[in-house]
Design a protein. Structure first.
Length: 399
Protein backbone atom coordinates (compact mmCIF):
# COMPACT_ATOMS: atom_id res chain seq x y z
CA UNK A 1 0.00 0.00 0.00
CA UNK A 2 1.56 3.28 -1.14
CA UNK A 3 1.84 5.75 1.75
CA UNK A 4 0.50 9.11 0.63
CA UNK A 5 2.82 11.17 2.78
CA UNK A 6 2.01 14.27 0.73
CA UNK A 7 -1.45 14.32 2.32
CA UNK A 8 -0.67 12.67 5.65
CA UNK A 9 1.83 15.38 6.58
CA UNK A 10 -0.92 17.97 6.08
CA UNK A 11 -3.54 16.01 8.06
CA UNK A 12 -1.22 14.72 10.84
CA UNK A 13 -1.12 18.00 12.86
CA UNK A 14 -4.93 17.75 13.22
CA UNK A 15 -5.14 14.13 14.45
CA UNK A 16 -6.12 15.23 17.97
CA UNK A 17 -7.77 18.51 17.02
CA UNK A 18 -11.47 19.03 17.62
CA UNK A 19 -11.71 20.44 14.10
CA UNK A 20 -13.48 18.02 11.77
CA UNK A 21 -11.13 16.69 9.12
CA UNK A 22 -12.87 16.59 5.74
CA UNK A 23 -11.28 14.69 2.85
CA UNK A 24 -12.92 15.39 -0.51
CA UNK A 25 -12.09 13.74 -3.82
CA UNK A 26 -13.49 12.01 -6.86
CA UNK A 27 -14.59 8.40 -6.38
CA UNK A 28 -11.66 5.94 -6.09
CA UNK A 29 -9.02 8.65 -5.76
CA UNK A 30 -7.63 7.05 -2.58
CA UNK A 31 -9.57 8.65 0.29
CA UNK A 32 -10.37 5.32 1.97
CA UNK A 33 -6.73 4.24 1.81
CA UNK A 34 -5.67 7.49 3.47
CA UNK A 35 -8.18 6.85 6.28
CA UNK A 36 -6.70 3.38 6.80
CA UNK A 37 -3.22 4.90 6.87
CA UNK A 38 -4.42 7.40 9.50
CA UNK A 39 -5.82 4.51 11.55
CA UNK A 40 -2.47 2.73 11.31
CA UNK A 41 -0.66 5.84 12.56
CA UNK A 42 -3.14 6.31 15.42
CA UNK A 43 -2.51 2.73 16.54
CA UNK A 44 1.22 3.39 16.24
CA UNK A 45 0.70 6.32 18.61
CA UNK A 46 -0.79 3.95 21.21
CA UNK A 47 -4.46 4.70 20.55
CA UNK A 48 -6.44 1.64 21.62
CA UNK A 49 -8.26 -0.17 18.83
CA UNK A 50 -11.59 0.04 20.69
CA UNK A 51 -11.34 3.84 20.63
CA UNK A 52 -11.17 3.92 16.84
CA UNK A 53 -14.48 3.58 15.00
CA UNK A 54 -14.31 3.32 11.21
CA UNK A 55 -17.46 3.14 9.07
CA UNK A 56 -17.54 2.89 5.27
CA UNK A 57 -21.03 3.85 4.17
CA UNK A 58 -20.59 2.05 0.87
CA UNK A 59 -20.21 -1.23 2.78
CA UNK A 60 -23.52 -3.12 2.89
CA UNK A 61 -22.79 -4.01 6.52
CA UNK A 62 -23.71 -0.43 7.34
CA UNK A 63 -26.64 -0.02 4.93
CA UNK A 64 -29.02 0.23 7.92
CA UNK A 65 -27.51 3.65 8.74
CA UNK A 66 -29.69 5.85 6.56
CA UNK A 67 -30.01 9.13 8.45
CA UNK A 68 -28.61 11.20 11.31
CA UNK A 69 -30.52 9.33 14.03
CA UNK A 70 -29.33 5.93 12.78
CA UNK A 71 -25.75 7.21 12.86
CA UNK A 72 -26.25 8.84 16.26
CA UNK A 73 -27.61 5.64 17.81
CA UNK A 74 -24.91 3.48 16.20
CA UNK A 75 -22.12 5.58 17.72
CA UNK A 76 -23.76 6.10 21.12
CA UNK A 77 -23.98 2.32 21.57
CA UNK A 78 -20.22 2.05 21.06
CA UNK A 79 -18.83 4.79 23.29
CA UNK A 80 -18.47 4.70 27.05
CA UNK A 81 -16.40 6.32 29.75
CA UNK A 82 -14.20 9.38 29.50
CA UNK A 83 -11.98 8.16 26.68
CA UNK A 84 -11.02 10.03 23.56
CA UNK A 85 -12.53 8.47 20.45
CA UNK A 86 -11.54 8.69 16.81
CA UNK A 87 -14.43 8.50 14.34
CA UNK A 88 -13.63 7.91 10.68
CA UNK A 89 -16.65 8.08 8.38
CA UNK A 90 -16.07 7.12 4.74
CA UNK A 91 -18.39 8.45 1.96
CA UNK A 92 -20.58 10.08 4.56
CA UNK A 93 -22.77 11.84 1.99
CA UNK A 94 -24.73 8.57 1.80
CA UNK A 95 -26.23 9.36 5.22
CA UNK A 96 -29.12 11.80 5.14
CA UNK A 97 -28.61 14.87 7.36
CA UNK A 98 -25.26 13.45 8.53
CA UNK A 99 -24.06 16.92 9.52
CA UNK A 100 -26.52 16.99 12.45
CA UNK A 101 -25.05 13.79 13.87
CA UNK A 102 -21.50 15.07 13.36
CA UNK A 103 -22.34 18.29 15.17
CA UNK A 104 -23.88 16.31 18.04
CA UNK A 105 -20.80 14.07 18.42
CA UNK A 106 -18.58 17.09 18.46
CA UNK A 107 -20.65 18.70 21.22
CA UNK A 108 -21.13 15.66 23.47
CA UNK A 109 -18.18 13.29 23.00
CA UNK A 110 -14.43 13.78 23.40
CA UNK A 111 -13.61 12.84 19.85
CA UNK A 112 -11.59 13.53 16.73
CA UNK A 113 -13.68 13.19 13.56
CA UNK A 114 -12.54 12.41 10.03
CA UNK A 115 -15.03 12.30 7.14
CA UNK A 116 -14.66 11.68 3.43
CA UNK A 117 -16.95 12.38 0.51
CA UNK A 118 -16.99 12.22 -3.26
CA UNK A 119 -19.32 15.16 -3.74
CA UNK A 120 -18.11 18.71 -4.19
CA UNK A 121 -21.17 20.00 -2.33
CA UNK A 122 -20.12 18.26 0.88
CA UNK A 123 -18.91 21.55 2.34
CA UNK A 124 -21.87 23.62 1.21
CA UNK A 125 -25.42 24.04 2.43
CA UNK A 126 -26.26 22.45 5.75
CA UNK A 127 -22.75 21.27 6.58
CA UNK A 128 -21.38 24.78 6.20
CA UNK A 129 -24.21 26.11 8.36
CA UNK A 130 -23.84 23.56 11.16
CA UNK A 131 -20.06 23.34 11.18
CA UNK A 132 -19.01 26.82 10.09
CA UNK A 133 -15.43 27.43 11.16
CA UNK A 134 -15.21 23.98 12.78
CA UNK A 135 -13.60 21.95 10.05
CA UNK A 136 -10.48 21.79 7.93
CA UNK A 137 -10.69 20.37 4.42
CA UNK A 138 -8.23 18.49 2.23
CA UNK A 139 -8.70 17.96 -1.50
CA UNK A 140 -7.55 14.44 -2.41
CA UNK A 141 -6.44 14.05 -6.01
CA UNK A 142 -5.52 10.92 -7.99
CA UNK A 143 -1.82 10.08 -8.00
CA UNK A 144 0.35 12.87 -9.39
CA UNK A 145 3.05 12.13 -11.94
CA UNK A 146 5.72 12.11 -9.21
CA UNK A 147 3.63 9.67 -7.15
CA UNK A 148 3.31 7.42 -10.20
CA UNK A 149 7.10 7.46 -10.52
CA UNK A 150 7.49 6.47 -6.87
CA UNK A 151 5.02 3.60 -7.29
CA UNK A 152 6.92 2.34 -10.31
CA UNK A 153 10.35 2.95 -8.71
CA UNK A 154 11.30 5.48 -11.39
CA UNK A 155 13.95 7.96 -10.27
CA UNK A 156 14.42 11.49 -11.56
CA UNK A 157 17.44 10.33 -13.51
CA UNK A 158 15.71 7.33 -15.10
CA UNK A 159 12.34 8.84 -16.06
CA UNK A 160 11.56 8.52 -19.76
CA UNK A 161 9.35 10.48 -22.13
CA UNK A 162 7.24 7.33 -22.49
CA UNK A 163 6.51 7.42 -18.75
CA UNK A 164 5.02 10.87 -19.16
CA UNK A 165 2.98 9.78 -22.20
CA UNK A 166 1.62 6.83 -20.20
CA UNK A 167 0.48 9.25 -17.49
CA UNK A 168 -0.93 11.61 -20.12
CA UNK A 169 -3.01 8.74 -21.56
CA UNK A 170 -4.07 6.85 -18.47
CA UNK A 171 -3.70 9.22 -15.55
CA UNK A 172 -3.23 8.45 -11.89
CA UNK A 173 -6.33 6.71 -10.54
CA UNK A 174 -4.73 4.44 -7.91
CA UNK A 175 -6.33 1.13 -8.87
CA UNK A 176 -5.35 1.42 -12.50
CA UNK A 177 -1.78 0.55 -11.47
CA UNK A 178 -3.04 -2.88 -10.46
CA UNK A 179 -4.16 -3.61 -14.02
CA UNK A 180 -2.02 -6.08 -15.96
CA UNK A 181 -2.57 -4.74 -19.48
CA UNK A 182 -3.57 -1.68 -21.45
CA UNK A 183 -6.94 -3.26 -22.24
CA UNK A 184 -7.61 -3.97 -18.55
CA UNK A 185 -6.73 -0.36 -17.75
CA UNK A 186 -9.21 0.92 -20.32
CA UNK A 187 -11.95 -1.37 -18.97
CA UNK A 188 -11.25 -0.22 -15.42
CA UNK A 189 -11.36 3.47 -16.35
CA UNK A 190 -14.54 2.97 -18.36
CA UNK A 191 -16.24 1.18 -15.45
CA UNK A 192 -15.07 3.85 -13.01
CA UNK A 193 -16.34 6.62 -15.27
CA UNK A 194 -19.72 4.89 -15.60
CA UNK A 195 -20.01 4.46 -11.83
CA UNK A 196 -19.30 8.17 -11.28
CA UNK A 197 -21.88 9.15 -13.90
CA UNK A 198 -24.48 6.70 -12.58
CA UNK A 199 -24.00 7.00 -8.81
CA UNK A 200 -22.55 10.46 -8.29
CA UNK A 201 -24.42 12.39 -10.94
CA UNK A 202 -27.57 10.65 -12.20
CA UNK A 203 -28.83 9.12 -8.96
CA UNK A 204 -28.08 12.15 -6.79
CA UNK A 205 -29.67 14.62 -9.18
CA UNK A 206 -32.54 12.41 -10.41
CA UNK A 207 -31.37 13.26 -13.90
CA UNK A 208 -33.54 11.89 -16.70
CA UNK A 209 -31.62 12.46 -19.92
CA UNK A 210 -28.34 10.53 -19.68
CA UNK A 211 -27.53 11.22 -23.33
CA UNK A 212 -27.42 14.99 -22.75
CA UNK A 213 -25.17 14.48 -19.74
CA UNK A 214 -22.70 12.33 -21.68
CA UNK A 215 -22.68 14.76 -24.61
CA UNK A 216 -21.90 17.72 -22.33
CA UNK A 217 -19.05 15.81 -20.67
CA UNK A 218 -17.76 14.77 -24.09
CA UNK A 219 -17.86 18.42 -25.22
CA UNK A 220 -15.94 19.57 -22.14
CA UNK A 221 -13.32 16.84 -22.61
CA UNK A 222 -12.80 17.79 -26.25
CA UNK A 223 -12.58 21.47 -25.31
CA UNK A 224 -10.52 21.20 -22.13
CA UNK A 225 -8.48 24.35 -21.41
CA UNK A 226 -10.82 26.41 -23.62
CA UNK A 227 -12.97 29.22 -22.22
CA UNK A 228 -16.39 27.75 -21.64
CA UNK A 229 -19.52 29.14 -23.27
CA UNK A 230 -22.97 27.69 -22.60
CA UNK A 231 -24.01 29.14 -25.94
CA UNK A 232 -21.35 27.07 -27.71
CA UNK A 233 -22.74 23.91 -26.10
CA UNK A 234 -26.23 24.94 -27.11
CA UNK A 235 -25.03 25.34 -30.71
CA UNK A 236 -23.29 21.97 -30.43
CA UNK A 237 -26.63 20.35 -29.61
CA UNK A 238 -28.48 22.29 -32.30
CA UNK A 239 -26.05 20.94 -34.90
CA UNK A 240 -27.22 17.49 -33.80
CA UNK A 241 -30.87 18.57 -34.01
CA UNK A 242 -31.28 18.79 -30.23
CA UNK A 243 -32.53 21.83 -28.36
CA UNK A 244 -31.30 22.52 -24.84
CA UNK A 245 -31.72 25.69 -22.77
CA UNK A 246 -28.83 27.58 -21.22
CA UNK A 247 -30.36 27.05 -17.76
CA UNK A 248 -30.37 23.29 -18.30
CA UNK A 249 -26.74 23.39 -19.42
CA UNK A 250 -25.67 25.27 -16.28
CA UNK A 251 -27.65 22.84 -14.09
CA UNK A 252 -25.92 19.87 -15.73
CA UNK A 253 -22.54 21.56 -15.27
CA UNK A 254 -23.29 21.94 -11.58
CA UNK A 255 -24.03 18.22 -11.30
CA UNK A 256 -20.88 17.32 -13.24
CA UNK A 257 -18.53 19.46 -11.15
CA UNK A 258 -20.20 18.25 -7.93
CA UNK A 259 -19.15 14.71 -8.87
CA UNK A 260 -15.56 16.04 -9.01
CA UNK A 261 -14.89 14.33 -12.34
CA UNK A 262 -14.23 17.80 -13.77
CA UNK A 263 -12.85 20.86 -12.00
CA UNK A 264 -13.81 24.42 -12.79
CA UNK A 265 -11.12 27.10 -13.02
CA UNK A 266 -12.64 30.55 -12.78
CA UNK A 267 -11.04 33.54 -14.50
CA UNK A 268 -9.37 36.30 -12.53
CA UNK A 269 -8.93 39.84 -13.85
CA UNK A 270 -5.32 40.60 -12.95
CA UNK A 271 -5.58 44.37 -13.47
CA UNK A 272 -9.03 44.72 -11.91
CA UNK A 273 -8.26 42.21 -9.14
CA UNK A 274 -11.66 40.55 -9.33
CA UNK A 275 -13.22 37.21 -10.20
CA UNK A 276 -14.99 37.08 -13.56
CA UNK A 277 -18.27 35.15 -13.63
CA UNK A 278 -19.29 32.62 -16.27
CA UNK A 279 -16.01 32.76 -18.13
CA UNK A 280 -14.63 29.52 -16.78
CA UNK A 281 -12.48 26.65 -17.98
CA UNK A 282 -12.96 22.99 -17.12
CA UNK A 283 -10.28 20.38 -16.48
CA UNK A 284 -10.56 16.64 -15.96
CA UNK A 285 -9.64 15.50 -12.47
CA UNK A 286 -7.76 12.63 -14.10
CA UNK A 287 -6.45 12.63 -17.71
CA UNK A 288 -7.33 8.94 -18.04
CA UNK A 289 -11.00 9.87 -18.39
CA UNK A 290 -10.21 11.62 -21.69
CA UNK A 291 -8.90 8.38 -23.15
CA UNK A 292 -12.21 6.57 -22.70
CA UNK A 293 -14.63 9.45 -23.16
CA UNK A 294 -14.48 10.73 -26.70
CA UNK A 295 -15.95 9.47 -29.94
CA UNK A 296 -12.79 9.29 -31.99
CA UNK A 297 -11.82 12.95 -32.00
CA UNK A 298 -8.14 13.49 -31.31
CA UNK A 299 -7.62 15.22 -27.98
CA UNK A 300 -5.16 18.10 -28.28
CA UNK A 301 -1.91 17.15 -26.53
CA UNK A 302 -1.22 20.76 -25.54
CA UNK A 303 -4.61 20.98 -23.85
CA UNK A 304 -4.06 17.72 -21.98
CA UNK A 305 -0.62 18.87 -20.79
CA UNK A 306 -2.24 22.05 -19.52
CA UNK A 307 -4.79 19.84 -17.74
CA UNK A 308 -1.97 17.92 -16.03
CA UNK A 309 -0.35 21.16 -14.85
CA UNK A 310 -3.68 22.38 -13.47
CA UNK A 311 -4.09 19.11 -11.54
CA UNK A 312 -0.52 19.32 -10.25
CA UNK A 313 -1.15 22.80 -8.86
CA UNK A 314 -4.33 21.57 -7.15
CA UNK A 315 -2.35 18.59 -5.82
CA UNK A 316 0.17 21.03 -4.31
CA UNK A 317 -2.67 22.67 -2.41
CA UNK A 318 -3.06 25.87 -4.41
CA UNK A 319 -6.17 27.79 -5.34
CA UNK A 320 -5.84 27.98 -9.12
CA UNK A 321 -7.31 30.62 -11.44
CA UNK A 322 -7.10 31.49 -15.12
CA UNK A 323 -5.63 34.96 -15.48
CA UNK A 324 -7.12 37.66 -17.70
CA UNK A 325 -4.84 40.49 -18.79
CA UNK A 326 -5.49 43.58 -20.89
CA UNK A 327 -3.94 41.79 -23.88
CA UNK A 328 -5.09 38.22 -23.39
CA UNK A 329 -4.66 35.67 -20.63
CA UNK A 330 -2.19 33.73 -18.53
CA UNK A 331 -2.94 30.03 -18.24
CA UNK A 332 -2.80 29.84 -14.43
CA UNK A 333 -2.42 32.03 -11.37
CA UNK A 334 -2.02 30.53 -7.92
CA UNK A 335 -2.68 32.87 -5.04
CA UNK A 336 -2.06 32.86 -1.31
CA UNK A 337 -3.32 36.13 0.09
CA UNK A 338 -1.55 38.84 -1.88
CA UNK A 339 1.25 36.51 -2.98
CA UNK A 340 0.88 34.85 -6.37
CA UNK A 341 2.72 32.77 -8.98
CA UNK A 342 2.00 32.78 -12.71
CA UNK A 343 2.27 29.82 -15.08
CA UNK A 344 2.11 29.74 -18.86
CA UNK A 345 1.98 26.23 -20.40
CA UNK A 346 2.93 25.09 -23.91
CA UNK A 347 3.66 21.72 -25.48
CA UNK A 348 6.78 22.89 -27.32
CA UNK A 349 8.36 26.28 -27.95
CA UNK A 350 8.70 25.30 -31.58
CA UNK A 351 9.76 28.63 -33.07
CA UNK A 352 10.33 32.28 -32.23
CA UNK A 353 6.67 33.11 -32.83
CA UNK A 354 5.56 30.61 -30.18
CA UNK A 355 8.28 31.80 -27.80
CA UNK A 356 7.16 35.42 -28.15
CA UNK A 357 3.53 34.41 -27.63
CA UNK A 358 4.17 32.44 -24.44
CA UNK A 359 6.64 34.85 -22.84
CA UNK A 360 4.71 37.84 -24.18
CA UNK A 361 1.68 36.82 -22.10
CA UNK A 362 3.43 38.55 -19.18
CA UNK A 363 4.15 41.88 -20.89
CA UNK A 364 1.21 43.70 -19.34
CA UNK A 365 1.81 42.27 -15.83
CA UNK A 366 4.11 44.68 -14.02
CA UNK A 367 4.37 43.08 -10.57
CA UNK A 368 7.43 41.18 -9.34
CA UNK A 369 5.83 37.86 -8.49
CA UNK A 370 7.38 34.69 -10.02
CA UNK A 371 6.45 34.00 -13.64
CA UNK A 372 7.02 30.67 -15.40
CA UNK A 373 6.74 29.24 -18.88
CA UNK A 374 6.48 25.44 -18.80
CA UNK A 375 7.08 23.30 -21.88
CA UNK A 376 8.49 19.91 -22.91
CA UNK A 377 11.63 21.57 -24.30
CA UNK A 378 14.90 20.64 -22.59
CA UNK A 379 16.66 23.84 -23.68
CA UNK A 380 16.33 26.70 -21.18
CA UNK A 381 14.53 29.63 -22.84
CA UNK A 382 14.35 31.85 -19.73
CA UNK A 383 14.34 35.57 -20.52
CA UNK A 384 13.40 38.98 -19.15
CA UNK A 385 12.89 37.64 -15.63
CA UNK A 386 10.50 34.92 -16.80
CA UNK A 387 11.70 31.43 -15.84
CA UNK A 388 11.41 28.57 -18.31
CA UNK A 389 11.11 25.02 -16.95
CA UNK A 390 10.80 21.62 -18.53
CA UNK A 391 7.38 20.16 -17.67
CA UNK A 392 8.70 16.79 -16.50
CA UNK A 393 11.29 18.51 -14.29
CA UNK A 394 8.53 20.68 -12.86
CA UNK A 395 6.30 17.68 -12.12
CA UNK A 396 9.19 15.87 -10.42
CA UNK A 397 10.27 18.75 -8.17
CA UNK A 398 9.06 16.87 -5.10
CA UNK A 399 10.26 13.42 -6.12
Amino acid sequence: MYIREHYLKKIRPFYNSDLIKVLIGVRRSGKSVILRQIISELKGNNVDNCNIIYVNFEDLDYSFIKNEMDLHNFIKERVSGNYKYYFLFDEIQNVENFEKAINSFKATIDCSIFITGSNGKLLSGELATHLSGRYVSFRIMPFSFSEMCRIKSISKDSVQHDDFIEYLNYGGMPQRFMMQSEEMTKVYLRDLYNSIVLRDIIQRSNMKDINILNKIIEYLVLNTSQIFSAKSISKFFKSANRSISLETIYNYLEYITSSLILNKAVRYDIQGKKILTRSDKYYLTDPGFAKINNTGYKTDIGAMIQNIIFNELIHRGYDVYVGKTSKGEVDFIVMNGEYRIYYQVAYLLADEKVIKREFGAYESIKDNYPKYVLSMDKVDFSRNGVIHKNIIDFLLENL
